[in-house]
Design a binder for this molecule. Structure first.
Ligand code: C5P
Length: 219
């Protein structure tokens, strides 16, 4: 099985308050993107690595990662992924989209998601919600969700290449915060694969501190 891995790495990292784009923020001695690229390369099916880079930082990505293909990212995540999708090779069986901001994803979780997508055409790594979720208007609670039916969508999100291409072609142009949203809107079933390992996303400075501490303990 051959899988093209798209690393969505063009985010600015405004919430992180860093001076460099989020992908280049140092984490335990190397840039964040080196961790997430390493996680993708650790998967046997990884046959093409495409990085959606922050515009103007394409050479930095090449310098940090060595051999990989680069697409220039867009203003929204979906625009970055669309650019990367254009250079997925024709001989790929699957395409996986992974947040560069998730440095610790476990190869076992990636492989189980690939297997589910190979069987059904579309699958994402996800996790059951354990908190009670409130709908809030202003500062007032207006609803409580039934958490039995709720999962947190993580990455990788993995698809048959034609399924993902069709979903992008048919999407209404609005904001989509993940690919599964576009693929379900195109009428395809997307399976969830329960994550077995911690797969945090770096968003705030506190996320970096916690992940760094965990890496330190694992070493
Ligand atoms: O903003 P958010 O945390 O949802 O971003 C998830 C991933 O999408 C990050 O790895 C980020 O670099 C990427 N992204 C991107 N292009 C954008 C915005 C976000 O590749 N324009």
């Amino acid at each position: 099985m051959r899988c093209a891995m798209i690393l969505a790495a063009a985010g600015s990292g405004t919430r992180l308050g860093a001076e460099v784009p989020k992908a280049f923020v140092p984490l335990a001695g190397k840039p964040l993107i080196a961790w997430s690229a390493g996680a993708m390369r650790a998967v046997r099916a990884c046959s093409q690595l495409i990085v959606a880079a922050p515009p103007g930082f394409e050479d930095c990505v090449r310098e940090f990662l060595g051999s990989c293909e680069i697409a220039s990212g867009g203003s929204r995540r979906q625009d970055s992924v669309a650019e990367a999708l254009k250079i997925v090779r024709a001989d790929m069986d699957l395409v996986a989209v992974h947040d560069a901001a998730r440095p610790l994803v476990a190869p076992d979780d990636v492989e189980r998601t690939l297997a589910a997508a190979a069987a059904g055409g579309a699958a994402i790594l996800a996790r059951r919600v354990t908190d009670t979720l409130k709908e809030v208007s202003g500062e007032r609670i207006v609803g409580t969700a039934d958490r039995e039916a709720l999962w947190r969508a993580e990455t990788p999100q993995v698809f048959a290449p034609d399924v993902l291409r069709e979903a992008f072609a048919r999407w209404n142009g609005g904001l989509a915060t993940d690919e599964a949203q576009m693929v379900t809107a195109a009428g395809y079933e997307v399976r969830v694969v329960q994550a077995a390992h911690w797969n945090p996303k770096v968003t705030y400075p506190a996320d970096l501190e916690l992940i760094e501490r965990v890496i330190g303990r694992r070493r």
